[in-house]
Design a protein around this ligand. Structure first.
Ligand code: NZQ
Ligand code: ZN
Length: 381
């Protein structure tokens, strides 16, 4: 096992009706800016519950943060936050609203070109405090320091991270997710599955406990994923799914182990190019990546196949993964997504080259030749 440091400061407030309790987490006199997306929180009652809970606070609102949150939109919120001198940003929605709010939090006190936080990884020395009310289990953004921000003008979709961007608290009420369309639930299952795989399917370092943490999340998602998709109102299944998605990317399972993330890096390019939902890009990349990297990942692929699926061969494990994603309605071949051009492999490689990014994955095993091969296979229907 590698050396590691671990700390996750986000307080999790889990379960039915918990939005009602948030006022006690907020110091009296704090001016709150509630951030949200395109209206789902108004339709499903989360907005009303939140405003009721904040009845004693001064609250302003910023809505319209879009899926794959957009820099230009977020900068309007930054201006508003500065003008109004807000003391807490409260993000209510899915990963996009939460990620966008982390950028707003980091940008409000930032001196200089705010895009440098994302493009150049400029040091974030402070941030406006933020908290989250999660309505879409998937990204883990509710209790991690990461955010992925898009800039359509330049066709970029890039991640940043800062310890100042951990939410102070995260409300996870499974009932707030009942209104999700089926497609978003399926996406969430795949995203959480892939976050676990990115921190597990590398090479063995005798991190037995972490391996089993990861395997337990994978097995749980395989068990409850189809259940919660079939019956959104099955509270136990939905609660287990919500908690699994949080645990998949709150830092714990990544302690002391090598990490991959090549699937995510390639996937972000596909979203930037074609607007394909984040989780769907992962499903269209991962199985092909595992085949291309099967020698470097041989031991963990074998362990994954055996322990998670009860299969004897690495290939059978990869095939079961594809079948699982497909059973959720998430295609695992790029050829099945509309608008994807035949020159995508070369295009993605040239975008990475232009940014000076040449190696991904644990030990840099995914070079640009491998990226091209992975996408070529995914395009061959
Ligand atoms: O905008 P609204 O009206 O809120 O509607 C949203 C949006 O249209 C809707 N929605 C959310 N909760 C709902 C709901 N509709 C009905 N009922 C509810 N309870 O769902 C749509 C998609 O929302 P979005 O936030 O975009 O989805 P997701 O949570 O999958 O987030 C995806 C973003 O997160 C980034 C992705 O790259 C992508 O930009 N990621 C963030 C990570 C992180 N912070 O750690 C890691 C991930 O790997 C990922 O990259
Ligand atoms: Zn993801």
């Amino acid at each position: 096992m590698f050396n590691f440091e671990y700390r996750n400061p986000t307080k999790i407030i889990f379960g039915k009706g918990q939005i009602a309790t948030i006022a006690k987490e907020i110091s009296p006199g704090t001016k709150v800016m509630l951030t949200c997306g395109g209206g789902s929180i108004k339709a499903n009652g989360v907005h009303e519950q939140t405003m009721r809970a904040l009845a004693g606070c001064e609250v302003i609102e910023f809505g319209g943060i879009e899926p794959n949150p957009e820099y230009e939109t977020l900068m309007r919120a930054v201006e508003l936050g500065r003008k109004e001198k807000v003391g807490l940003l409260l993000a209510a929605g899915g990963g996009s609203v939460l990620d966008g709010t982390k950028f707003i939090a980091a940008a409000i006190p930032f001196k200089g070109d705010e895009w440098d936080i994302v493009r150049k990884g400029a040091a974030v020395e402070s941030a406006t405090p933020l908290a989250t009310i999660l309505t879409l289990p998937a990204t883990g953004s509710e209790s991690n320091p990461f955010a992925v921000i898009s800039r359509r003008g330049t066709g970029e979709k890039l991640a940043f991270s800062s310890d100042h961007c951990y939410p102070k608290f995260a409300v996870l009420d499974p009932e707030t997710t009942y209104s999700l369309p089926r497609k978003q639930v399926a996406n969430g299952i795949v995203d959480a599955f892939m976050h676990t795989m990115e921190q597990y399917l590398t090479f063995p370092v005798h991190a037995e406990l972490n391996d089993r943490f990861a395997e337990s999340i994978l097995q749980t998602l395989i068990e409850v994923g189809p259940k919660t998709l079939a019956d959104p109102n099955d509270h136990d299944a939905r609660a287990t799914f919500v908690w699994s998605a949080t645990m998949a990317l709150n830092g714990l399972i990544g302690c002391g182990v090598p990490q991959d993330w090549a699937t995510h890096m390639i996937g972000h390019e596909l979203t930037a190019l074609y607007g394909i939902d984040h989780a769907r890009t992962l499903a269209a990349v991962a199985p092909h990546l595992y085949r291309v990297c099967r020698e470097n990942k041989a031991e963990k692929l074998q362990q994954y196949a055996k322990r998670v699926w009860g299969e004897e061969s690495a290939e059978a494990g990869i095939r079961r993964t594809e079948e699982f994603f497909e059973s959720l309605g998430v295609p695992t071949r790029l050829a099945r997504y509309e608008g994807v051009q035949a020159d995508t492999p070369a295009l993605v490689v040239s975008r990475f080259e232009a940014r000076g990014e040449r190696k991904f994955g644990e030990r840099g095993i995914v070079d640009l030749k491998a990226v091209e091969e992975i996408l070529r296979r995914s395009l061959a229907a």
